[in-house]
Design a binder for this molecule. Structure first.
Ligand SMILES: Nc1ncnc2c1ncn2[C@@H]1O[C@H](COP(=O)(O)OP(=O)(O)O)[C@@H](O)[C@H]1O
Ligand SMILES: [Mg+2]
Length: 249
């Protein structure tokens, strides 16, 4: 089977702040991901995980380097980026980011309406049934549990059939059981529906749901693990940054 490259990062660098308080959040991050893969990104707090996701998803601009999605470079004016994101990218946030005044169904069809596409409510309802919310279409987010809200957000991220879905600590605000449900849904989106997902997590158990783990330290990719187990990931994390520390000594 030939694997189709869906995401390519070339020499990404991101410097936050100005001259007085410069923070180099990413330095020379390059990466290629094939369609239909589930990748976890792990690393210490402040290692650049969120910055990496935001730059790769077109929510923030890298200081240098290039992002390609489906072979097309993500670049241009703000409005061009917005259109590109709507067509190619899904994003799942730790705090769900649903609109509280809209129903579950309206939240899920919103990206289609914003993209000027006719919202296919039957399709949205089908996706919501797929995430176990078939009986909640008319509810509003405040009436739902955290796990149900995150499953709504996942349905919203999937509805436009994006090339890549990015999720930044999607289980960070959830109890263990809801977290497991969310992780199984993400895994199923990859395995059953061929979606491509990149997920930041600090939890080795969550990372073990992915096909591979990328380890970040100090704004650089410092390791990769295929077919991760929670134990192997936890062990690797313990030694993460050893090289960086040694290099700085
Ligand atoms: N908007 C910002 N302005 C200034 N510094 C930032 C900003 N966002 C992140 N940083 C800094 O960049 C580094 C990487 O942050 P981040 O990508 O959020 O790491 P992680 O998600 O791994 O915790 C940190 O030192 C953080 O303080
Ligand atoms: Mg973060």
């Amino acid at each position: 089977m030939t694997s189709t490259e869906v995401l390519r990062l070339e020499g990404l660098r991101k410097v936050h702040g100005d001259d007085d308080n410069r923070v180099v959040a990413l330095q020379d991050v390059s990466l290629r991901l094939a369609r239909g893969t589930f990748t976890a990104v792990m690393g210490p707090s402040g290692s650049g995980k969120s910055t990496l996701l935001q730059c790769a998803a077109g929510l923030d601009r890298p200081t240098a380097g290039r992002v390609f999605v489906d072979g097309r470079e993500m670049t241009g004016t703000e409005s061009e980026l917005t259109v590109f994101r709507r067509e190619h990218i899904g994003f799942v946030f730790q705090q769900f980011n649903l609109l509280p005044s809209l129903t579950v169904l309206q939240n899920v069809t919103l990206p289609l309406r914003l993209a000027g596409r006719r919202p296919d409510e039957a399709r949205a309802a089908e996706i919501l049934r797929g995430v176990g919310l078939g009986d909640r279409l008319g509810h509003r987010p405040p009436q739902l549990s955290g796990g149900q809200q995150q499953r709504t957000a996942i349905a919203r991220a999937l509805v436009a059939e994006p090339s890549v879905v990015f999720a930044d600590e999607p289980t960070g605000a959830l109890d263990t059981r809801s977290a497991r449900e969310v992780l199984k849904l993400l895994q199923q989106a990859v395995r059953a529906h061929g979606r491509t997902i990149v997920m930041v997590t600090h939890d080795p158990v969550a990372a073990a749901y992915a096909d591979a783990v990328l380890f970040l330290a100090d704004g650089r990719i410092v390791g990769r693990m295929a077919d991760p187990t929670a134990d192997a990931v936890a062990e690797r994390l313990t030694h993460l940054g050893d090289d960086v520390v040694r290099a700085g000594e």
